[in-house]
Design a protein. Structure first.
Length: 308
């Protein structure tokens, strides 16, 4: 197992532009890195909250800043553990080409939804206007100022979406699949995705109790919902190996960027479910291209030294 200090300077696969040319995505066979990551990251957010809550103003801005800082710290720690494992960010789906392709795919989904929303309003004979997206469940009401909407969008699309996907699909899921020997076995792969999803749900328990004050049976329902949701994200990641694509979809599920509003001034939500079939279409198109153009992106996960 490579030490953290040495891997920061000596890792041969630590380039941003290109994944390793090895035929396998190889992780250390040791459980130590993943256990350290899971335990530290699980405690990090609630501890940061307990330290920051008495000192931070209770405003939307500071709430978003705390969320962004906390999740970014987890992503940075995941990056450190990846380097400890001898794996680069490009190896798990975060390089320049996948940044561009992921952004293009999700923006195309947003564009289709807005065009479809506009066409539906015109077909109904309703008044059509443009407005800012809202997300009442995240504290973003209809008619919120542009600065608040931008702040929420950046928080959900980048810090909650991409940063969480990098940490928990890019590292945790790949590591669990590798430990189960699931890189070339679909059943073990499915078990690995489910196991990583369950761990991601458990990761939320201290946050539910400390940050959100959730106790009792509601925790079990939340864990089940998170697990199911994460299985979907984990499957999308495994089929695309593109952190940005899956991360922006994650953020889209939290804040759907529909800018078309009807007579009431509220954003259209009728076609929000279009995100799911459009995501599948985008995934199939991307995978068809990437399997030929970037075959090393889909290297099977394994433990032990990579083979050339």
């Amino acid at each position: 197992m490579t030490s953290l200090d040495n891997s920061l300077t000596d890792s041969p696969s630590s380039t941003w532009n290109e994944p390793s040319t090895a035929t396998q995505l190889s992780f250390s066979p040791s459980l130590r890195p993943v256990l350290v990551f899971f335990l530290v990251s699980t405690l990090a957010v609630p501890v940061m909250f307990l330290l920051a809550d008495p000192r931070l103003p209770r405003t939307p801005f500071w709430s978003r800043l705390f969320t962004a800082t906390a999740i970014t710290s987890v992503a940075v720690f995941a990056w450190g553990v990846l380097r400890w494992e001898g794996v680069s960010v490009a190896d798990v789906g975060l390089d320049r080409e996948r940044v561009v392709s992921g952004v293009v795919l999700v923006v195309a989904i947003w564009l289709v939804i807005n065009v479809a929303s506009y066409a539906l309003l015109v077909f109904r004979g309703d008044a059509v206007a443009l407005g800012l997206p809202a997300s009442p469940t995240n504290g973003l009401p209809v008619g919120a100022p542009a600065s608040q909407v931008v702040g929420m969008a950046v928080t959900l699309w980048i810090f909650v979406g991409i940063a969480e996907e990098f940490a928990f699909r890019g590292y945790l899921q790949n590591k669990v699949v590798a430990m189960l020997g699931g890189g070339t076995d679909r059943v073990r792969m499915a078990v690995g995705i489910l196991g990583a999803s369950a761990l991601f749900a458990l990761w939320h328990i201290p946050q539910m109790v400390v940050v959100r004050g959730i106790v009792g049976p509601e925790i079990l329902l939340s864990l089940l919902a998170i697990t199911i949701y994460t299985v979907v994200l984990g499957t999308l990641y495994e089929l695309s190996r593109n952190i940005v694509f899956v991360g922006l979809l994650h953020g889209t599920f939290d804040l759907n960027p529909v800018f078309v509003v009807g007579e009431t001034g509220e954003p259209m939500t009728d076609l929000s479910l279009l995100v799911y079939p459009l995501a599948i279409v985008a995934l199939l198109l991307y995978r068809r291209w990437a399997r030929d153009a970037r075959p090393t992106d889909f290297r099977p996960q394994t433990t032990g030294p990579a083979t050339d």
